[in-house]
Design a protein around this ligand. Structure first.
Ligand code: NAD
Ligand code: KPL
Length: 302
């Protein structure tokens, strides 16, 4: 059974793809109101390549007493700890948690809450968004890396992901992958918010991007992530060009007045630099400018 906590973009995308090859899936919703609203609609709708399909998946609330063996945690990084605290008593001995959160910080916080549970970390370049309640649009095919910093052995259910069309690889350095993605996001996303531009708009700020990449490389080396620092600037430029027409996820969050995951991206990077007494003036100034920008729009800095 795949328990999936968070019927948002990625949660519904995973749920629909697992269920459509016949795997048992259980959506876990916040409370009775959400469950009643879901039951009224009767299922999740996935829009993919212009085709719309409906999946009448079973759902339950977090406080349902049934035990959980495998849980995909598909909420935002800032909701992860609270969500896991709610379901922790339901986790069986030897249970597995798959953590889909972007950035860093939430995974360690969750793992500390559930000793004895195997936490598998994921980093995904898939793109999905909601275009209505219980509806998800699969906007960008991508890849998901999964790994366990404490054990090299892959879990036996990776074949279920392959059969579901969830393209993935088992990574022996998932923390390095998460750092690399964090560095990419730190070099691109905050600037797109501050300049209010698409990713391609950063072409007009090459010196700022280059300076940030230099400091991010220094941070990665200081944090023992030399492999994640390799060719960072080139990859940032490649991503800027490949996604030139897109708005970054942080830009979209701010534009829609939604809370961002800044604390798990640039906030995490600056805190790590401070811990290591590593002075990164441009990264820190960027963080301050971003927090001021969010504050001015009434958005939280955490
Ligand atoms: P989302 O906001 O669309 O969905 C999160 C869902 O979790 C929401 O429906 C929310 O109500 C639910 N939730 C939060 N706390 C809950 C609780 N206690 N109980 C039940 N439900 C709860 O978010 P998303 O876009 O799916 O992103 C999830 C994570 O994946 C984020 O860290 C994001 O950065 C990462 N990610 C997203 C994408 C994407 O394209 N959407 C791509 C790569 C990575
Ligand atoms: O992951 C991204 C995002 O928008 O969050 C990219 C496209 C890599 C930009 O940082």
């Amino acid at each position: 059974m795949w328990h999936i906590l968070g019927a948002g973009s990625l949660g519904m995308l995973w749920a629909a793809r697992l269920a459509r090859i016949g795997l048992p899936v259980q959506l876990m919703l916040r409370n009775e109101e959400r469950l009643a609203a879901y039951r009224q609609v009767g299922g999740v709708t996935l829009v993919e390549n212009g085709q719309t399909s409906r999946y009448p998946l079973p759902a339950q609330t977090l406080d349902n007493p049934a035990p959980i063996q495998r849980l995909l945690l598909a909420c935002k990084a800032y909701d992860a700890e609270a969500a896991v605290a709610q379901i922790a008593p339901r986790l069986m001995a030897g249970a597995e948690l798959i953590l889909l959160q972007n950035g860093l910080g939430s995974q360690a916080a969750v793992a500390a809450q559930v000793p004895g549970v195997r936490c598998i970390l994921a980093s995904s370049t898939e793109g999905a968004y909601r275009d209505g309640d219980w509806r998800v649009v699969f906007a960008g095919h991508g890849h998901t890396w999964l790994g366990d910093p404490l054990a090299l052995e892959p879990p036996p259910w990776l074949g279920e992901l392959s059969r579901s069309g969830i393209t993935h690889d088992w990574s022996l350095d998932i923390v390095g992958r998460l750092w690399r993605k964090l560095a990419l996001n730190c070099a691109i996303n905050p600037l797109t918010v501050l300049y209010d531009c698409r990713n391609g708009g950063l072409d007009e700020h090459p010196a700022e991007v280059a300076t940030l990449c230099l400091e991010l490389r220094e941070l990665l080396h200081t944090c023992g992530q030399a492999a994640a620092a390799e060719g960072l600037h080139d990859e940032v430029l490649r991503v800027i060009h490949a996604t030139a027409a897109n708005y970054s996820s942080m830009h979209q969050d701010v534009a829609h007045g939604r809370r961002t995951e800044v604390a798990y991206l640039l906030g995490y990077a600056c805190a790590a630099a401070q811990r290591h007494r590593c002075t990164l003036p441009h990264l820190e100034a960027l963080h301050r400018r971003l927090l001021d920008h969010l504050h001015a729009r009434g958005l939280p800095s955490q």
